[in-house]
Write a protein of this length. Sequence first.
Length: 431
Amino acid sequence: MVDTPITLRAPRPTDSDRARARKAVVASSIGNALEWFDIIVYSSFATVIARVFFPGLSGFAGLMMSFLLFAVTYLIRPVGAAVIGNYADRVGRKKALSLTIIAMMIGTLLMAVAPSAAAIGPVAAGLWLLVSRLIQGFSAGGEFGTATTFLVESAPDRKGFYGSWQVATQGAAMFLASLFGLVIFTQLTPAQIDSWGWRVPFFFGVLIGPVGWYIRRKMDETAEFTDAEKVKSPLGSALTTHLTRVLASAGIVGLASISVYLILYMPTYSVKSLGLPSYAGYLGGIIAGLVTLCGTPFVGKLADRVGAGRVMTIAAAAAAVFAWPLFKILNTWPSVGTLTVVQIGFGILMALYFGPLPALYADLFPTAVRTTGMAVGYNIGVLLFGGFAGLIFTALIEWTGSNMSLIYYFIAVALLSLVAVVVARRSFGLR
């Protein structure tokens, strides 16, 4: 039996509707960019963070601890998704978006001013780091579902295109974070980087926050939420009546999540495994970010024409097929140029798969539980397949002695997501 698909329907949009949709893109994009900028900077500077906060450990142990703290914070993301998503479905998307960006600013600020192990000791420094990551993780847990819902409900006739901006802004964040990394690692000495250079991107992130908060305070609530019939407990409904949809969404996001974190891992991988200069991964990240930023909206338009599920099915199959050859080329001819080309390749695959995902999610859940369902399913998937990716990549390389080992994990997740998309399309009648 095939469930009836849940689609967003709306009358022909007016000029005023289009203007509101464009404002929704700006309001959602700033907060989403801040969230991902913080995540990307932390991941990109993992080796520096290991030296600053865990100087008494070996290079491998310090890096593992750095990624472990990064991963542990993902445990709280589903909690943030449940709390903020439930709030957004009961009170409104606008208020929830204002809440998430305030929490993000606090987490990023704590990271920017975090005292080193040399200043307050490794235990206290590690705890400070953990608290900042937990705050950021809680807010990030509610950001995706709320911002994505706000975008697709602001333009239900073009949800593929407008929803894709949620992913495009991740490309913008990747571009900016990688640009910071490139400048810092080429213009500062190692001592300067360890002393204060790594803090600069986080302070920049703090400056973005107030602008996003102001814009979000001025935006209007979506008409679809205002007109929709509310349920008493969106979280309870999502986890009972719509549990299969939540589980499907968790499997679907696996490939999107691991694609992002594979690209983010490249600065660490290029130095530790390939012996390339520290700036190499950042150069590739700049280009991959631009590819994602510029290419994803076109993929969103394509999804509006042929169906998000169809595009994602093809993209998942392509990722499973081309991932191994791309990594084999990189390991056979390791160079800055090869790394850049490979990151562009993964950036294209990520844009093709991740771009239509917000539109598919929108059709997966009814309005009354859309934010909660999206947020919980998305963050469970990110926790399982993304949050621990850096830790798993590092461990696989260390334990197997093979630089290729991490790509087999990537392929396994790609195949799992391919199955999840196909099953969801057939079970819920999604295009």
